[in-house]
Design a protein around this ligand. Structure first.
Ligand code: MN
Length: 244
């Protein structure tokens, strides 16, 4: 059976990460376990050991206090050769973010994008409140980025396409009017899946990778395809992202 890929899941934020991964495996889902700091990456790598079906992504989350501490970028670059994925990185201009903080985040993301090795890795990118700025930075660097839980303007999403950017879709997006409008707008070959669990909810509980089949059913409907064909499309999209 063709497996799905959850390109953005905070495995380390669930009470029992191993159980989440066992359930994901049973649901036919492989997982990209994003982290928010280089130290969190190292801890999760150690904790998961040789667990199959999961790749730990090396992250430096713009809104994480630790990511702003000195030495984090150097630590990030030191661990980079070892990491198959980069994430979560990006910009976060939530209300109240001042100009100085925005400049700090831009400098950080630019440093990551300037690094040749980082550009060879698939990268899952946060763009809260900063869609235009994030897409501009990603478009200026040849990289393999996926915009995760994109909530920016439709016109900016259109601008992201010529730059080769992808979008990952979660359960919340399949339930909101803006998410549905975005999904309908995206070329089929630019769509990937994510949970963003446990922060993204599925009803009253935290989303889990095992929820992805419901996202696939929604995409299949949108694409007027059957679930098997939509699954193949998503698998092909994931493969295309992984091939240099
Ligand atoms: Mn996230």
């Amino acid at each position: 059976m063709t497996r799905l890929l959850d390109t953005h899941c905070h495995v380390d934020a669930y009470p029992d990460p191993r159980q989440v991964l066992r359930d994901a495996d049973a649901a036919g889902v492989d997982v990209v376990a994003v982290t928010e700091t280089p130290d969190a990456y190292r801890r999760l790598r150690t904790r998961l050991g040789r667990t199959g079906g999961v790749q730990v992504a090396l992250g430096l989350h713009p809104a994480s206090a630790a990511a702003g501490a000195p030495g984090q970028l150097q630590r990030f670059f030191r661990l980079l050769p070892d990491a198959a994925w980069v994430g979560e990185v990006g910009l976060d201009h939530r209300p109240g973010t001042d100009r100085r903080e925005k400049a700090r985040q831009t400098a950080l993301l630019r440093s990551v994008l300037d690094h040749e090795l980082a550009r060879t890795r698939p990268m899952t990118v946060h763009s809260r409140g900063a869609a235009r700025e994030t897409v501009a930075l990603l478009s200026a660097a040849p990289c393999r980025a996926v915009l995760h839980w994109y909530t920016g303007p439709a016109g900016v999403a259109d601008d992201a396409l010529p730059a080769g950017l992808r979008f990952s879709v979660n359960t919340a997006m399949t339930r909101s009017a803006s998410g549905r409008a975005l999904i309908a707008r995206l070329p089929v070959d630019r769509v990937l899946c994510e949970t963003d669990g446990p922060y993204c909810r599925s009803g009253t509980r935290a989303a889990v990778p095992g929820d992805l089949p419901a996202v696939v059913r929604y995409l299949a409907d949108t694409w007027s395809a059957d679930v098997a064909a939509a699954t193949e499309t998503l698998a092909a999209n994931a493969r295309a992202l992984l091939v240099l």
